[in-house]
Ligand binder design. Structure first.
Ligand code: XUL
Ligand code: CO
Length: 439
């Protein structure tokens, strides 16, 4: 079967909150100005190749369920060309500005690295043509360093240096292809960089290996003149018991330890944040507070399940809090919102891909509008500002400027200091948020 693959769907348009057409946006109106910037420029949404065009609906208990005609004979280059057609038809009809891929999503693995690289390069040539013709850009590329059995014990953190070398060679090629396609970022998810048991693991050595690997990537990026942003994507576990890039704070410490904190930023994923026991808002706030926010993988977990369910975002409260942090933090820069989200196994129809992305984009747009309302009314910011007033006063400045414990002791005794508790107003602030949410 060949294109069109989605012939029962036309271009998805914005039809407003009262629309009845399920194949239309109710809130995502890409040209609408929000706080002086187009909605599309705030969100920079991207569709991912892997969940939407590669995954056939397998799970550990059962076979493929999804209607994905382009996947027939999925190991061949011809099938990958069909997949490219399907993907670009979808990107255009949905009207998103970006997509993302792993090298192994777009082209088959060969019997040697040279053959694999050749497959990737040839598909990338076709891809460049489609990008040119449609105006759809690459938000980021990444190398799959976790599916092949050679990576079972990790890539950079593998006990075998030959595996490190193989992974380095694969990233070199994928980084160059991403550069050639004008990618805005390059992502490194440490798929199996972690351990299943400490009984066979040298933690110290593996951290140094990972630090060395990232330094090599930074060096090669400069060498080829790629001016996109390098991003590490934190995740606490799955597939390994413990992933080294556990959360934003752990990656921050790693980057500082290996002197990489000015060269690499973070790709924050919602469901990875919640797996780590954090909220999405927390991971964003941490990254922004430390100048590390790069991009976002948009999805959601299931509160009753402890794994990475990668469902499409649908909580407007969650997207509101996230966009409040992002917009106040200065925006996503070269980053965007990549839908690293997959359909449920029973959502077998091809057009379910549209319903999922329309819902996800509307949830982001509702979050953006709600965040803008919170920023406009200024209540949260004013409260936080006034809460720290004392730190702008004489005592606060003295403490930060170097008062010693003895100085502070003298101050408390001399002035009979006796601070009274002040309300943190949590419930009031939660209501401020709820009242701003655009449902
Ligand atoms: C896995 C995950 C990856 C990365 C890219 O949980 O999120 O798809 O986003 O390798
Ligand atoms: Co991801």
């Amino acid at each position: 079967m060949s294109a069109p693959f989605f012939d029962n769907v036309d271009r998805i348009d914005y039809e407003g909150p009262e629309a009845v057409n399920p194949l239309a946006f109710r809130y995502y109106d890409k040209d609408r100005e929000v706080l002086g910037r187009r909605m599309e420029d705030h969100l920079r949404p991207a569709v991912c190749y892997w969940h939407s065009f590669n995954a056939p609906g397998l799970d550990m208990f059962g076979a493929a369920t999804l209607d994905r005609p382009w996947l027939a004979g999925s190991d061949s280059r011809e099938a990958c060309e069909r997949k490219l057609d399907a993907a670009f038809e979808f990107f255009e009809k949905l009207g998103v500005p970006f997509f993302c891929f792993h090298d192994r999503d777009i082209a088959p693995e060969g019997t040697t690295l040279a053959e694999s690289n050749d497959h990737v390069s040839r598909i990338a040539d076709r891809m460049a043509g489609r990008m040119e013709a449609t105006g759809v850009g690459l938000l980021w590329g990444t190398a799959n360093l976790f599916s092949h059995p050679r990576y079972a014990a990790g890539a950079a953190t593998n006990p075998d240096p030959e595996v490190f070398a193989y992974a380095a060679a694969q990233v070199k090629h994928c980084l160059e292809v991403t550069h050639r396609l004008g990618g805005a970022n390059y992502v490194l998810w440490g798929g199996r960089e972690g351990y299943d048991t400490l009984l066979n693991t040298d933690l110290r050595r593996e951290a140094d290996q990972l630090g060395r690997f990232m330094s090599l990537v930074v060096e090669h990026k400069a060498k080829i003149g790629f001016d996109g942003v390098l991003l590490i994507e934190p995740k606490p576990h799955e597939p390994t018991k413990h992933q080294y890039d556990h959360d934003a704070a752990a990656v921050h410490a790693f980057l500082q330890q290996y002197d990489l904190d000015r060269s690499i930023k973070l790709n924050i994923e919602v469901n990875h944040a919640t797996l780590a026991g954090h909220s999405f808002q927390h991971e964003l706030a941490y990254a922004i507070a430390n100048g590390l926010l790069g991009s976002v993988d948009a999805n959601r977990g299931d509160p009753q399940n402890g794994w990475d369910t990668d469902q499409f975002p649908n909580s407007v409260e969650e997207t509101t809090l996230a966009l409040y942090e992002i917009v106040r933090g200065g925006g996503l820069g070269a980053g965007g919102f990549n839908f690293d989200a997959k359909l449920r196994r029973q959502s077998v129809s091809r057009d379910d891909l549209f319903h999922a992305h329309i819902g996800g984009l509307d949830a982001l747009a509702q979050g953006l509008l709600s965040a803008a309302a919170l920023i406009d009314n200024g209540k949260l910011a004013a409260f936080v500002e006034s809460r720290y007033d004392g730190w702008r006063g004489a005592l606060g400045r003295r403490i930060l400027d170097g008062a010693s414990l003895a100085d502070l002791s003298d101050h408390v005794v001399a002035n009979a200091v006796d601070p009274a508790p002040v309300s943190g107003r949590q419930e009031l602030l939660e209501t401020v948020v709820n009242r701003a949410i655009r449902r």
